[in-house]
Design a protein around this ligand. Structure first.
Ligand code: RNT
Ligand code: ZN
Length: 417
C-alpha cells in the first residue's frame, strides 16, 4: 500500500497522518552517548570495572575508544534515525586536551567544549549527567556516604555539572536536562536506612544551591529499586526521588527509568500520575528483561503504551523530556543505538496515529466495548507505510534500507578498530 492509501485509511478514523509526522519531527529525543563504548567514558582507565550496580554484557568488536570514534559513530547513528536528536552526555565523557586532566570535582565547561562544538555543528541540543560511578571516590556510596570527604567530593561534582549544564544550555540556546542518578545502596540488609537518605537529600540540596536558570537547566532526580551489588537497598528509591522533587518543584523534576521498578510495575501507568502534580517530568526509555538489563528498546507493548501516555499527556509539547538509556555490548553497537532510537520514534508515531479524542469520549461515555475494539483495529492499520513516509520525510532510510548501512560501516570502520 502506498502512503496516500494509508493516509486515507487513517482518515476514515479521523486521523491526520501528515499532522502526526509533522508533530513528531519537532519533538526532541535524547540519544545516550554511553551506548557507543559500554559506559566507559574518557576520564579514567577505560578498562576498570563499571560500578554503581550497572552492567554491560558482551564484547562485540568495534567499541568506540576515544572521542573521535564516538563522534563518528554518533554521526552514523544520526544518519539512520528520523526525528529530532539531542545528545545525552555523561560527565565521564569529558575531553581533556593537552594533558589537562581534571578530576570530577574540578570539571569545567571547557572540558566539554568539543562536544558543544559538535552539537552546534549538527544543530542539536545537549543534555548532561554527573557521573557518580566507576570512580575511586565511590566508597562505595557517593552523595549519601557517611564520610563527609566523600560527600563533599561528589557535591562538588554535582555543582560543577550544574555549571557545565548552564554553559551547554547557553551555548546551544536549548534546554539542558541534567540528571542526577547514583547507585548508592547496599547488597545486604542495611543497619540504617534513614541516614543515607537524609544525607542524600542534603547533598542534592547543596548541589542545587549552585545558581542556574530553571528555564534552561532542568535538574532531575532518577530513582531505582535495586542494582547489581545493591540488591537490598537503594538510597534513591522511588518514594525518595518523587518526594524530593515534589518538595522542591521550583528546582528540579523527577525522572523515571522504566527499568527501575518491580517487574510488573508499568511506567506507562505512572506518567499521568506524575503529570497530575508536576508540570514536567523526564523519562529514561529502556527495555528491562526480567531486571534492569538495559536491552535495546523494541516496538513492544509497553514502549507503545509509554508513547501513548506521553502523547496523551502533552509530553511532546515539552512536558516530558525523553531520553534513551540502554547499553548492549553483545551486538553491533551502532545498530543497537539506531534500532532503539527508531523503535522509540515508531512507538511515538504509532501513538500519534491513535484517535485519542474518540478513545477518551468512549471511555467517558462508558462505551467500553467500542473502546476495546477500536484500539484493536488500530493495530492492523497500514502503519508501516506512514512510518516509511516519515523516514523519507526526515531524509533517512526507511525500514529494510538502514541495516545494510550499518553492515557497511562495520566492514569499513568498526571491524578495523
Ligand atoms: C542506571 C541508570 C542511569 C544510567 C546512566 C548511565 O541504572 O539508569 O540512568 O544508566 O546514567
Ligand atoms: Zn536511567
Amino acid at each position: 500500500m502506498s502512503y496516500q492509501e494509508a493516509k486515507e485509511r487513517y482518515a476514515e478514523y479521523g486521523i491526520d497522518a501528515q499532522k502526526a509526522i509533522d508533530t513528531l519531527k519537532g519533538a526532541p529525543l535524547s540519544l545516550h552517548c554511553w551506548q557507543g563504548d559500554d559506559v566507559r567514558g574518557f576520564d579514567t582507565d577505560p578498562n576498570k570495572p563499571l560500578t554503581g550496580g550497572i552492567q554491560t554484557t558482551g564484547n562485540y568488536p568495534g567499541r568506540a575508544r576515544n572521542p573521535e570514534e564516538l563522534m563518528a559513530d554518533i554521526d552514523k547513528v544520526m544518519s539512520l534515525v528520523p526525528g529530532k536528536v539531542k545528545l545525552n552526555l555523561h560527565a565521564s565523557y569529558a575531553i581533556f586536551e593537552d594533558g589537562s586532566w581534571a578530576d570530577r570535582d574540578k570539571l569545567e565547561p571547557k572540558h566539554f567544549q568539543k562536544w558543544v562544538d559538535y552539537c552546534r555543528e549538527k544543530h542539536i541540543g545537549c543534555d548532561f549527567n554527573p557521573t557518580y560511578f566507576s570512580h575511586e571516590k565511590c566508597d562505595p556510596l557517593t552523595l549519601s556516604s557517611a564520610n563527609k570527604d566523600t560527600r563533599d567530593f561528589w557535591i562538588e561534582h554535582g555543582k560543577a555539572s550544574i555549571r557545565i549544564s548552564n554553559y551547554i544550555a547557553e551555548q546551544l540556546n536549548d534546554l539542558c536536562v541534567m540528571n542526577i542518578w547514583t547507585g548508592d545502596g547496599f547488597k545486604d540488609i542495611p543497619g540504617d536506612r534513614k541516614g543515607p537518605r537524609e544525607r542524600y537529600r542534603d547533598s542534592i540540596d547543596a548541589i542545587l544551591a549552585e545558581p542556574y536558570d530553571f528555564n534552561k537547566v532542568k535538574p532531575c532526580v532518577e530513582s531505582k529499586v535495586f542494582g547489581i551489588g545493591v540488591e537490598s537497598y537503594t538510597a534513591g528509591s522511588a518514594e525518595f526521588a518523587l518526594l524530593y522533587a515534589a518538595s522542591r518543584m521550583d528546582k528540579c523534576i523527577p525522572l523515571m527509568d522504566n527499568g527501575h521498578y518491580h517487574p510488573t510495575e508499568m511506567v506507562s501507568d505512572k506518567i499521568s500520575s506524575l503529570l497530575t502534580f508536576f508540570p514536567e517530568i523526564a523519562l529514561h526509555i529502556t527495555r528491562p528483561v526480567r531486571w534492569d538489563s538495559d536491552h535495546v528498546v523494541i516496538f513492544d507493548d509497553e514502549t507503545r503504551e509509554i508513547a501513548r501516555e506521553i502523547v496523551r499527556c502533552g509530553g511532546l509539547e515539552g512536558k516530558v523530556h525523553m531520553a534513551l538509556d540502554y547499553f548492549d555490548a553483545s551486538i553491533n553497537r551502532v545498530a543497537a543505538w539506531a534500532s532503539g532510537f527508531r523503535n522509540t520514534q515508531k512507538a511515538l508515531l504509532f501513538a500519534l496515529l491513535q484517535p485519542m479524542d474518540e478513545l477518551k469520549s468512549l471511555q467517558d461515555g462508558s462505551n467500553f466495548t467500542k473502546l476495546l475494539n477500536i484500539q484493536e483495529e488500530m493495530k492492523t492499520l497500514p502503519f508501516g507505510d506512514v512510518w516509511n513516509e516519515y523516514c523519507r520525510h526526515c531524509n533517512v532510510p526507511e525500514d529494510g534500507k538502514w541495516f545494510g548501512e550499518v553492515e557497511k560501516y562495520e566492514a569499513e570502520v568498526l571491524s578495523k578498530r
